[in-house]
Design a protein around this ligand. Structure first.
Ligand SMILES: [Zn+2]
Ligand SMILES: [Zn+2]
Ligand SMILES: [Zn+2]
Length: 239
């Protein structure tokens, strides 16, 4: 908001970014990872009619703020939102959306079931999620592996022991915020080095700041098999 830099005023649609989130569609069933402030807009844009589960990476506002809007899916599908998150993230959701978890509920508040997860694998419908423990400065964040796909947002540390879970990937989505050092996000240079180490067939960078540069320019300098993700991007992945 309010920025007039060349990225924020670019006419290239790929430079117009909503907050980071993804949706995995499998057999016409949809699992969303994170529901940030743009959740409603993203669901409308993609014409999503049903959701099977919402999996959270961490409790920062840009990843949880849109959860209230599950009300539409509550009403239309008679579905209680099935949320999958750690105890810590669940605590944050109860604080942020206290009205949805109170004993005396106001009519029409979001209907949410918290499914508390830990570092072990868990299932959402037919999909198996493997949490990958990463850190965002000191804050624990979960990346997730599903089949030969992995999604790691909001991190600047991947502990050595977690690399085992990132072997044999077809597609990796990895956080690359900008070029300058940042206390809690990977820079582009750090993300490229990590992507090379992990060795997925394709790596797509996400959670990109306007400070990174124009999509078109950055794209040309990336090594083979690495790309900048953009809103609305769809990837097909074998499970
Ligand atoms: Zn800008
Ligand atoms: Zn964050
Ligand atoms: Zn974030």
């Amino acid at each position: 908001m309010a920025c007039r830099c060349s990225i924020c005023t670019s006419s290239d649609e790929r430079d117009r970014r909503l907050r980071s989130a993804i949706m995995i569609t499998h057999d016409d069933r949809n699992v969303v990872i994170d529901s940030g402030p743009d959740f409603r807009q993203q669901m409308l844009r993609e014409d999503v009619r049903t959701i099977e589960g919402i999996v959270f990476t961490h409790e920062h506002k840009d990843h949880i703020a849109g959860l209230d809007d599950v009300r539409a899916f509550n009403f239309i599908n008679n579905w209680r939102a099935q949320v999958y998150c750690t105890e810590q993230v669940g605590g944050a959701l109860k604080r942020e959306f206290a009205y949805a978890f109170s004993d005396k509920k106001y009519p029409g508040v979001p209907e949410i079931d918290l499914n508390i997860i830990d570092s072990g694998d868990f299932a959402v419908g037919e999909l198996t999620f493997t949490p990958i423990q990463v850190y965002h400065l000191h804050l624990p964040v979960f990346g997730y592996r599903v089949g030969r796909f992995a999604y790691i947002t909001d991190a600047n540390v991947i502990p050595e022991e977690e690399f085992e879970k990132l072997k044999g990937l077809d597609v990796l989505v990895l956080n690359a915020l900008r070029r300058e050092k940042h206390p809690s996000h990977f820079t582009l240079e750090e993300a490229v080095a990590l992507a090379q180490r992990i060795g997925a067939k394709q790596t797509w960078f996400t959670h990109i700041s306007h400070q990174l540069g124009l999509h078109e320019d950055v794209e040309t300098e990336l090594p083979e098999g690495m790309h900048l993700a953009y809103d609305g991007l769809r990837l097909e992945v074998a499970l």
